[in-house]
Ligand binder design. Structure first.
Ligand SMILES: [Ca+2]
Length: 248
């Protein structure tokens, strides 16, 4: 698994895989199928204190701390649990995931927060690419970790000090090796070891897993190629015949 914090280079590998099939391949945008349900969290239902999303299983454990999220909508919560606390914002729309976020009100027992979002995602074919936007809010004293797993496999990991995510940046992970499976994707944020004050925060939005849908990608184009091939072989046969006649 390769995790990149840059442009979707998977398109290159997509081109190289399909390139082997022939000249008769459709443009890369055609046939891309989204496999994540509500990756931008905009279908969530929110009240004054919490958000729930039927596409995502959410969980949070906290010890002597006030948790925030894990699904956040601008304007939800107040005081130490306000979604927009520490400058947290969505990347798109009004709703996002804020993992490991909260406020520790006591110095007892070194308590912190673990919060997570889970969704089972089907990966029918390769190439397959998981992508999302990540922003890390690094609180002064706290330590934090973000771990993304697919089944038993860790596909991405970052700490509160990981550089490059002071503002939202894209993360792209090649998950082609998981084609033919439907793993449970788990996004887990952890923040702890702070005496009193705001915890670390891992803001995530626009989670996407795309594969190439074979039903729309290559079918009609292949037919065209076959026809062209037949035409070509008829032409070359004709040329051969003509050639023979000329020789005679
Ligand atoms: Ca969003």
């Amino acid at each position: 698994m390769k995790a990149r914090g840059s442009a979707p280079a998977w398109r290159l590998s997509l081109a190289s895989v399909l390139g082997a099939a022939a000249i008769c391949v459709v443009p890369s945008s055609a046939g891309a199928a989204e496999r994540v349900n509500d990756g931008g969290f905009e279908a969530s239902t929110c009240d004054a204190s919490d958000c729930t999303d039927s596409a995502w299983e959410s969980s949070a454990t906290s010890a002597f701390a006030n948790g925030t999220g894990p699904i956040c909508r601008s304007g939800i919560g107040s005081g130490n649990t306000a979604c927009n606390g520490q400058g947290s914002v969505p990347f798109g729309g009004s709703t996002w995931a804020r993992l490991g976020a909260g406020f520790k009100a006591t110095a007892m027992f070194d308590g912190g927060i673990i919060s997570a979002l889970e969704q089972t995602v089907s990966i029918p074919t390769a190439p397959a690419s998981l992508s999302f936007r990540l922003r890390i809010i690094d609180a002064a004293v706290a330590t934090g970790e973000l771990t993304v797993t697919a089944g038993e496999t860790t596909v991405f990991h970052a700490a509160d000090t990981t550089p490059g995510f002071a503002s939202y940046a894209p993360v792209t992970i090649d998950v082609s090796a998981m084609a033919g499976t439907s793993p449970l994707f788990r996004f887990e944020g952890f923040s702890s070891r702070l005496s009193v004050g705001p915890l670390d925060s891992f803001d995530i939005d626009d989670i996407s897993l795309t594969t190439v849908d074979p039903s729309t990608a290559v079918g009609p184009q292949r037919k065209k190629c076959k026809k062209r091939k037949k035409h070509r072989s008829a032409e070359s046969a004709k040329k051969k015949k003509c050639g023979k006649k000329k020789k005679r």
